[in-house]
Design a protein around this ligand. Structure first.
Ligand SMILES: Cc1ncc(COP(=O)(O)O)c(C=O)c1O
Length: 403
């Protein structure tokens, strides 16, 4: 018998996360001594606030080091219920809340709980890299709907209507969006809800992980707060990773219908047993403590966004509109396609442009191919103003060197 590892068919359907792969590449090149500026970062560039770390340390010393209930500690669930009422206008109870090991685990387990082979999940593009692969992993088909810049990278009601079939299980909406920063207004949400109301078999998964990073002066809206009928088939996903610079603590949370949350809990009980106890104590401190950290970070990111927009728009062949939220610029590089570099190589896709900037300018970005809409580059401004200015300067010079 062969000792060759047999890889499961479901795993062969997916690729490693493009953003994780990009980060690993930056680390590898830096370790080799290359001067690389990474614009691939998918997390705040600052550390977790002190009061959160102190709360975690105190909890660890006080013995909060054991398994907790599968769906999280009651105190943290109460804090999530209060947060949802305070910030999102969602009225709920603890039995509809699940705390998990990152928002990622919630999205994954929600799909595990609900989709079968042959089901369809509507994923507007540009999308967060993980949605389509998570859908494919479960044997379902991601129905990718391209949302071009001309419509603000947002799904229109007509597109939604056209994408729904009897096999549709979910629409996944992500606002503020990774990678475009698009933020759906209340009116836009209501228009999509009007379509969903006609199709009761379609559930809505709304990923609100970037909710605090909005630069338009209008807060991000939770669809579950707008319509009771939709709320009854909506999974609102969020977490502390981005807002409180807590990506490594791995705490996400969600609110949804009891039967769905029960199935998610069943899966988690078999996979991770519960989210990390000390991290839950940290998340509790983040949600209940002083919120100035989030506001200060948002103000800082607004300034960095403007710096990056100006810098990239100054580069010949690149255009970008100011993102309304999140911390990414989705830069249009169609003006560079067809140009040739100093070695005579023609740039024929955004993957080529990303590779050129890495090789010629030491700037790491992620090609739009990974997000389902090309030719674009995702550039993160969750890095220092100095680095942003330097990166934009190098990109502009690299653009000038193309013929
Ligand atoms: C849109 C989106 N959703 C979810 C996540 C994952 O969040 P968490 O760290 O809570 O798993 C990310 C992380 O990059 C993201 O960009």
């Amino acid at each position: 018998m062969s000792t060759e590892l047999k890889i499961a068919e479901r795993v062969r359907r997916i690729l490693p996360s493009a953003s994780v792969a990009a980060l690993e590449q930056v680390l590898r090149l830096k370790a080799e001594g290359r001067d690389i500026i990474g614009l691939t970062v998918g997390e705040p560039d600052c550390d977790t606030p002190d009061h959160v770390i102190e709360a975690a340390a105190a909890a660890a010393r006080a013995g909060v080091t054991h398994y907790t209930p599968v769906t999280g500690m009651p105190a943290l669930k109460r804090a999530v219920v209060a947060k949802l009422a305070r910030e999102n206008g969602i009225t709920t109870t603890e039995d509809q809340v699940v705390i998990a090991t990152g928002a990622k685990q919630i999205i994954f387990t929600a799909l595990s709980a609900t989709v079968d082979n042959g089901d369809e999940v509507i994923v507007p593009a540009p999308y967060w890299v993980s949605y389509p692969d998570m859908v494919r992993f479960h044997g379902a088909e991601p129905v990718i709907v391209e949302c071009p810049a001309a419509q603000g990278f947002k799904l229109t009601p007509a597109q939604l209507e056209a994408a729904i079939t009897p096999r549709t299980r979910w629409l996944i909406l992500n606002s503020p969006n990774n990678p475009t920063g698009a933020v759906y207004t209340e009116a836009e949400h209501r228009a999509l809800i009007a379509v969903l109301r006609k199709h009761p078999h379609v559930w809505l998964m709304t990923d609100e992980i970037y909710e605090h990073f909005v630069y338009t002066g209008v807060s991000a809206v939770s669809p579950a707060a707008l319509d009771d009928e939709i709320a009854s088939r909506c999974l609102t996903v969020n977490g502390v990773s981005k807002a409180y610079a807590m990506t490594g603590w791995r705490i996400g949370f969600a609110v949804g219908a009891r039967p769905l949350m029960a199935q998610i809990a069943k899966i988690i009980s078999q996979v991770t047993s519960c989210p990390p106890s000390v991290s839950q104590a940290a998340a509790l401190a983040a949600l209940e403590g002083d919120q100035s950290f989030v506001h200060d970070l948002t103000a800082e990111y607004r300034a960095r966004r403007d710096l990056m927009i100006d810098g990239l728009n100054a580069a010949r062949g690149i255009t970008c509109a100011a993102p309304e939220g999140a911390f990414y610029v989705y830069a249009d590089v169609s003006g560079l396609i067809g140009k040739t570099d100093l070695d005579g190589k023609t740039l024929s896709s955004d993957l080529d442009v990303a590779a050129y900037f890495l090789q010629a300018a030491g700037i790491s970005t992620i090609a739009g191919t990974s997000y389902g809409l090309s030719p674009y580059l995702r550039c993160s401004f969750a890095t220092s103003a100095d680095q942003i200015a330097k990166a934009c300067g190098r990109i502009a010079e690299a653009c000038d060197n193309l013929a």
